[in-house]
Design a protein around this ligand. Structure first.
Ligand code: SF4
Length: 471
């Protein structure tokens, strides 16, 4: 796929001339998934290139951007309610530029709604045209123009946008955008367009530079990373990144079961220590009939065969999944099929949602006769079962020593920290030193279904481990 460098552009210089010396600030609010978080880092990068600096509160900002999510109706309502609160800021300071980006800004009916009913919103900008942000800000400042950028996606990728990252030790690297799968419930192919992959050289160079700058964990992002297609496969790409010099961990998400290759599983085995022993493998439903109606194009048997291969290659792998409860037509028997797979696989964590129809998708037109009581009951049963399984999976960690990347201080205050194991489990622990962004060793002392608790071991991690039992 051809890529094109769109940046720097005219808008940036124009805006910078207007913001110079004025102490203008920006505020970016991110809703939704990691892809949005990665996009927000670019929005912040472009805002800083335009001369804005970060505001702590939206009230201080003269550029406010809400990066929205459209995955469920609830997410859209939440975004609209948040945007609504910014009306008071615009009334008090009419020169404030308020923009909406993200998946909601790619839905024609939503853009129309915002245009008509949210007069204080300056622009909407579909995610695939993010590079046009400076131009829209310039149009607003110079001509008081409202802009609505929709339906312009030409399938190309804008390389080289400035990035203002939120963490010094963890980084997202987008490797592909869009999705070709058209699962019947999903809005993504409509709002993020068809699949397109970044060139491998650009991805590898970005990872190399991040590692050189001290980043310890890189998450490769894509709607379906396993269908990465550039001059190499995803398995080859992740292997090349794993071969880079340095002490770092690679994660990736999300994967479609139909595209998980043996080559990738082999790479996870070969580069264990560099590629995190974790896999998010969305099941969505444990009934072949429902999977067919979802257009997921795999069967439960195929799904289970991948789990088997993953466990054989990486025995301590942490497995997580997504489940949609009460998809149209889901019978009690279908639901029990889902429960059966959950029991069999024993996921470390499940992200479960009650089906939410998305306008424009096939599933939104399917008849759904499941009552609200049935939906809630199924969800409650699933959560109760998963809570038991998650505790069962976490208890064996007690008394182990785990290598943990320290993420941040915990809310509990001095001496309390949070971090993640290589498998991605959240660990809350105490430490005498503040070692944010370092790999350290933590002795696990307690486990609950959702978290591990422990105490940091002192001293250099490699020396410490010689005296401890590492599992
Ligand atoms: S694979 Fe399916 S669920 Fe995932 S983004 Fe693509 S269409 Fe949506």
């Amino acid at each position: 796929m051809e890529t094109r460098t769109f940046y720097p552009d005219l808008g940036t210089d124009l805006v910078r001339r207007m913001t110079e010396g004025k102490g203008e600030k920006y505020f970016v609010l991110t809703l939704g998934c990691q892809q949005n978080e990665a996009d927000s880092e670019r929005i912040r990068g472009m805002a800083e290139a335009m001369g804005y600096s970060a505001a702590k509160e939206p009230e201080e900002a003269s550029l406010i951007v809400v990066n929205t999510c459209a995955i469920r109706r609830h997410a859209e309502l939440k975004a609209l309610s948040i945007v609504g609160r910014f009306k008071a800021i615009k009334t008090a300071r009419p020169e404030t530029v308020i923009g909406i980006c993200g998946c909601m800004a790619a839905e024609p009916h939503m853009v129309e709604h915002i245009k008509k009913n949210f007069h204080f919103v300056t622009f909407t900008l579909e995610p695939n045209r993010l590079f046009r942000l400076p131009e829209l800000v310039a149009a607003a400042l110079l001509e008081s123009r409202r802009s609505f950028v929709l339906g312009e996606d030409d399938g190309r990728i804008a390389e080289g946008l400035p990035i203002c990252r939120t963490s010094d030790h963890r980084a997202y690297v987008s490797i592909m955008y869009g999705c070709n799968n058209f699962c019947s419930y999903c809005i993504v192919p409509y709002v993020r367009g068809r699949e397109r992959s970044r060139e491998s050289a650009a991805v590898i160079e970005e990872c190399r530079a991040l590692i050189a700058s001290g980043v310890k964990e890189i998450t490769l992002l894509g709607q379906n990373v396993n269908s990465y297609r550039a001059d190499m496969s995803f398995a080859s790409l992740i292997s090349r990144i794993a071969e880079l010099e340095g002490d770092f961990l690679i994660r990736f998400m999300t994967s479609h079961p139909k595209d998980v290759s043996d080559e990738l599983i082999e790479a996870m085995k070969k580069y264990k220590g560099k590629i995190a022993p974790s896999f998010h493998l969305p099941l969505q439903a444990g009934s072949d009939r429902i999977l067919k109606n979802m257009n997921r194009t795999y069967t439960t048997a195929h799904y289970l065969s991948i789990v088997e291969k993953l466990r054989a290659a990486v025995p301590d792998i942490v497995l997580t999944t997504d489940i949609i409860v009460a998809f149209p037509g889901e019978t009690e028997e279908d639901f029990l099929g889902t429960i059966k797979i959950i029991e069999k696989v024993e996921y470390d964590m499940i992200f479960s949602f009650i089906f939410s129809p998305r306008e424009g998708t096939k599933a939104a037109k399917m008849e759904n006769t499941i009552t609200d009581e049935e939906k809630s009951d199924r969800m409650a049963r699933l959560l109760a079962m998963q809570k038991e399984i998650a505790l069962k999976k976490n208890l064996p960690y007690v008394d182990r020593v785990e290598r943990v990347l320290v993420d941040d201080e915990a809310r509990e205050g001095a001496g309390n920290f949070i971090g993640r194991t290589a498998g991605g489990k959240l660990v809350r622990f105490t430490d005498k030193k503040r070692r944010i962004g370092e790999f350290i060793y933590v002795k696990i002392t307690k486990a609950t279904p959702f978290d591990l608790f422990g105490e940091a071991l002192n001293g250099n991690s490699n020396e410490t481990i010689k005296n401890e039992t590492r599992i």
